[in-house]
Each structure stands twice: as structure tokens, then as C-alpha cells.
Design a protein around this ligand. Structure first.
Ligand SMILES: Nc1ncnc2c1ncn2[C@@H]1O[C@H](COP(=O)(O)OP(=O)(O)OP(=O)(O)O)[C@@H](O)[C@H]1O
Length: 259
């Protein structure tokens, strides 16, 4: 990667407006994600976290403002191909093809985007399965034969298939028990450190924010009202941020971090 690219924020959102008919979801929303950081995105239910994710991925057109991924305008002609090639996404529940094995699921983006000999495709998929903390034998299984935690790891393996620069995770620890959730957090941090990924995580999981997020962006009042490390957000005056981080669950997560 050349120096010029390194200066470009992997995700840059400027003055974003999104709406469904009369219903405005985001207005004048700004967000810059730094290269190599793990950014958590939080906000009350219905504040537009999923809509933001879909807009950043180019799945929903912005009604105003500008979204850039790795310096490229998401509205440009080749943006979808560019995103497919450089960005990995794990939607909720892993969103795997139920009729394919894990190995075939991980091979699918490689077959679509990279014309490699089949044996090489299979080797890369096996590597990504192992990298995501699954045993090699998991490759032969279908998603219905996996536990919830394994399904999420398979979703990560597929998201990593094309060596993306950015990994998007939508509620990755939802539905996992606390041990499974903290193991998943650890996986995300290990992958970021090993692969130099930039990670964008939508989450409600306070433990994830405290354990692995370098900064947290808070969605409220139709925009990002704060982006900062959790320790800084704990000192915020914003009412939603205060009740979120200083409520009973927030205090428990903070105490867990201190231990
Ligand atoms: N396709 C759609 N058509 C109309 N309204 C939509 C559509 N998709 C989302 N919305 C609305 O946009 C708002 C934001 O939804 P979104 O799913 O992004 O919230 P969220 O912050 O991800 O919530 P949660 O934490 O509950 O998942 C909601 O009011 C939702 O009803």
C-alpha cells in the first residue's frame, strides 16, 4: 500500500442524509473511521445503525451527503464491485447459504471475484476457516449442523475470503453466551492485529465495547453525536450516552474491564 492510500480514512461519511419517504433516519451525519481501528457503533433501537451499514456498503442510496470507502465514492459506477472486492461483511447470524457446506460458503466469494484454480480456491477457503478459529472438519458441515458461535465464525471466514481491508460485523455477539461472546471478541482483536484490518462493529454488547473497541460512535438525534474511546464517553453529558454507559449494565461492563 502506498503512503497516499494510508492517509485516506477507510470509511468517510460526510453530511449523510437518509430517509424512507417522509421519515428521515439520518441528517447531516459525519463519521470517519481510522485505518486499523476497531470502531463500535451503538445507538438506541431504531436510530439507524443497520441503515447506516447498508448505506456505507452501497446497498441503500444516500438521499444527501457523501460516503467514501477506501477513498472511492460509494455512488460511483464501479463502487459495488469495489466494495465486493475490498470489504468483508458478516451480517447477523452469519447469513450463510444453508444449502452449501462451510467450505463452499467460504469459496463462494472467491469463485465470484477471483479467478483462481479450484485447488487454490479450496486451499484459501481452508486457511480462512482455520483463521476464524474453526476446526478443519467444520468445512464439511452445513450451517444447520453448527452451533451459533461456529456459524458466526464461518461468517467471518467467508467475510475474510478475499483478504478485505475492512471488516463489517453486524451484532456479532448477539445470541452468544458470555464465554462465547468474549472468545469472539478475542478473535476479532487477533484478526485485526494479525491482518491489519479496519473493523466496524454494530453492537449492543457493552462488554465488546470495553474489551476491544478503540473508539465508539454513538448514533442519536439522527446523527453521530460522539466518537471517542469508551472512557471518554463515560464523561459525556449527552443523556442517552450517560444512561447507556452509566446505567447498571454499563457499570458492570466497566467493572469487568477493571478486573
Ligand atoms: N426498508 C425500510 N423501509 C422503511 N423504513 C425502514 C426500512 N428499513 C429501516 N427502516 C426504518 O429506519 C429506522 C432505523 O432502522 P434500523 O434497522 O437501521 O435501526 P437500528 O438502529 O439498526 O435498530 P436495532 O438496534 O433495533 O436493530 C427504523 O425506524 C426503521 O423502521
Amino acid at each position: 500500500m502506498n503512503g497516499e492510500q494510508e492517509d485516506i480514512p477507510p470509511i468517510r461519511v460526510k453530511g449523510l442524509r437518509t430517509a424512507f419517504g417522509e421519515k428521515v433516519i439520518h441528517e447531516d451525519l459525519d463519521l470517519e473511521v481510522r485505518r486499523g481501528e476497531i470502531l463500535g457503533v451503538v445507538g438506541g433501537s431504531g436510530t439507524g445503525k443497520s441503515v447506516l451499514l447498508n448505506t456505507v456498503l452501497g446497498l441503500k442510496h444516500p438521499d444527501g451527503g457523501r460516503v467514501e470507502i477506501l477513498g472511492r465514492d460509494i455512488e460511483s459506477d464501479d463502487a459495488q464491485a469495489w466494495v465486493g472486492r475490498h470489504v468483508g461483511v458478516m451480517f447477523q447470524q452469519g447469513a450463510l447459504f444453508s444449502f452449501l457446506t462451510v467450505q463452499e460458503n467460504v469459496e463462494a466469494p472467491l469463485i465470484e471475484h477471483a479467478r483462481l484454480p479450484l485447488a487454490v480456491t479450496a486451499d484459501i477457503a481452508r486457511l480462512k476457516i482455520r483463521l476464524s478459529g474453526l476446526p478443519e472438519t467444520a468445512g464439511k458441515l452445513r450451517p444447520s449442523e453448527l452451533s451459533g458461535g461456529m456459524r458466526k465464525r464461518a461468517g467471518v471466514a467467508r467475510a475474510l475470503a478475499l483478504d478485505p481491508q475492512i471488516l463489517f460485523l453486524d451484532e456479532p455477539t448477539a445470541g452468544l453466551d458470555p464465554i462465547g461472546a468474549s472468545e469472539f471478541d478475542e478473535l476479532v482483536r487477533t484478526l485485526r492485529d494479525a491482518l491489519g484490518l479496519t473493523v466496524f462493529i454494530i453492537t449492543h454488547d457493552l462488554d465488546t465495547l470495553y474489551a476491544i473497541c478503540d473508539r465508539v460512535a454513538v448514533l442519536a438525534d439522527r446523527k453521530v453525536v460522539a466518537v471517542a474511546p469508551v472512557e471518554e464517553l463515560e464523561r459525556s453529558d449527552h443523556p442517552w450516552i450517560r444512561s447507556y454507559f452509566l446505567g447498571p449494565r454499563g457499570r458492570a461492563a466497566h467493572a469487568g474491564k477493571e478486573r
